[in-house]
Design a protein around this ligand. Structure first.
Ligand code: ADP
Length: 262
């Protein structure tokens, strides 16, 4: 029996489990200083969480742990896992399940897009799930529609704007029908129209979201909860407006109270 199934059966039903659970997560790159130092938090299903903090706080590193993007951190056995998704502890055996449930959108579309056409890029994830050709095409069409790029199937991603490339990335992730979206700095370098287009897409996604961003005005619009990360530790965790209007907290961690809350 695959470990993912065994793990699910051994635990309460998925509905009772948080979408994401992180326990005592610690990490250092290549024997360097600690980048994450004892991170613990749960994210209930459907919650939209912003991870904020100064550059170098460990936000990207934390997000990468949420779907096993740092291979050396994925344990061989689930019993020592620091990250669980719907009660499934991350391990070598459960990694495909974890990646199916948690879709990751990279900050830089060039880290995600590598096929000659938009259609091939969006189809890549669904094809890897082993879906039929017909189902893959259905998902590609639906994914591109969701991000407002119907008709772009045969375009080269090299000939698209940054905002369009980002939307192709999101379409590829949505086409895998994840329960949770993890997005690393999704709004960086986007012009206002592209930002608003992406906000609308994220608002319409009904699942769980974890977003690392410096754009605190967008956090107010999009997220229920904020986790402040600094020095590899959670410094504050609570409702968006309550935390982001706390000037002392914001300044202590290199942040500013967003305009809407001043
Ligand atoms: P943030 O996303 O909050 O800016 P990161 O997770 O990118 O923070 O980085 C946290 C720390 O880890 C920084 O000090 C950064 O220099 C370091 N770091 C990030 N990636 C690597 C890497 N591949 N190798 C070594 N150190 C890294």
């Amino acid at each position: 029996m695959p470990e993912s199934v065994a793990t699910e059966n051994a635990l309460p039903s998925r509905a009772e489990q948080p979408a994401l659970s992180v326990r005592s997560l610690a990490y250092a790159y290549g024997g360097g200083p600690a980048v994450l130092n004892g991170i613990s938090f749960d994210v209930p299903h459907g919650q939209k969480v912003a991870v904020v903090g100064p550059s170098g706080a460990g936000k990207s590193t934390l997000l990468m742990h949420l779907n096993g993007l740092l291979p050396e951190t994925v344990p061989a056995t689930a019993s020592i896992a620091a990250v669980s998704v719907d009660g499934v502890a991350i391990s070598h055996d459960t990694l495909p399940t974890i990646r199916q449930r948690v879709g990751f959108v990279f900050q830089d579309p060039d880290d995600q897009l590598f096929c000659p056409t938009v259609r091939e890029d969006v189809a890549f994830g669904p094809l890897n799930l082993g879906l039929s050709r017909e189902e893959v095409l259905t998902r590609v069409t639906a994914g591109l529609k969701q991000v407002g790029l119907s008709g772009y199937e045969h375009r080269s991603t090299l000939q698209l704007s940054l905002g369009e490339r980002k939307r192709v990335c999101v379409a590829g992730v949505l086409a895998c029908q994840p329960q949770t979206l993890v997005l690393d700095e999704p709004f960086t370098n986007l012009d206002p129209r592209a930002r608003h287009s992406l906000i609308d897409i994220l608002k319409q996604f009904p699942g769980t979201q974890v977003i690392a961003t410096h754009d605190l005005d967008l956090v107010v619009k999009l997220c229920d909860r904020v986790v402040v990360l600094d020095g590899g530790q959670i410094q504050a965790d609570g409702p968006t407006r309550e935390l982001l209007r706390d000037r002392v907290l914001m300044e202590k961690h290199g942040l500013e109270v967003p305009w809407q809350l001043r």
